[in-house]
Design a protein around this ligand. Structure first.
Ligand code: AMP
Length: 168
């Protein structure tokens, strides 16, 4: 309920009973699924609008998919692990930079290894998210209507999902 309506109800001459529950209509925990592509700034902007510019409501997640070794043995497996670790370190630096520009604390910045849709869902369950902001298409852009990650997330979580159109 807006302040103006609340004031009108307070000062009107006939008895009015209105239940006002501040904050109940707000999204308090919003996950931004950030694939670190150029278009992801649009997601952050949309999430901030949803959060009424209160950046402390946002959680940023980037999922690093483990690099598969062509020959998953011996030296190849070690190299794949090393490469994955390097990607994790770089992704962490990049996401923390995005976070620090917005004033988001590090404990709300999540770098996870795995499959994007699965890990986004896991985080949503873990923190009991109210909403997820995700791009309609990311890097892969295979699906015509919704990116595969967006449609998988939409079908696997119980919270609201805002898909943001990204045209890179
Ligand atoms: P895609 O399935 O690649 O078309 O991606 C659609 C959207 O899913 C992106 O715009 C991101 O919001 C999200 N997404 C995809 N991959 C990742 C990832 N590795 N980490 C976090 N979010 C991702």
């Amino acid at each position: 309920m807006g302040l103006e309506l609340e004031m009108q109800l307070k000062f009107c001459s006939w008895p009015v009973e209105a239940k006002f529950n501040p904050g109940c209509d707000m999204y308090n925990k919003i996950i931004v699924a950030n694939d670190l592509s150029k278009g992801s700034q649009k997601l952050v902007d949309a999430a901030l609008r949803l959060a009424g510019n209160e950046f402390h409501r946002l959680h940023l997640i980037h999922v690093v998919e483990p690099i598969a070794a062509a020959y998953n043995r011996g030296v190849f497996a070690v190299q794949a692990k090393k490469l994955t670790l390097e990607v994790v370190i770089q992704a962490k630096q990049r996401l923390q930079l995005v976070g620090s520009q917005l004033g988001i604390e590090n404990h709300r910045i999540h770098i996870v290894l795995g499959t994007p849709a699965t890990e986004i869902r896991n985080l949503a369950n873990k923190i009991a998210a109210d909403a997820i902001v995700i791009g309609s298409h990311g890097h892969s852009g295979w699906d015509v209507l919704l990116g595969s990650t967006a449609s998988r997330v939409l079908n696997s979580v119980s919270c609201d999902v805002l898909t943001v159109r990204i045209n890179e």
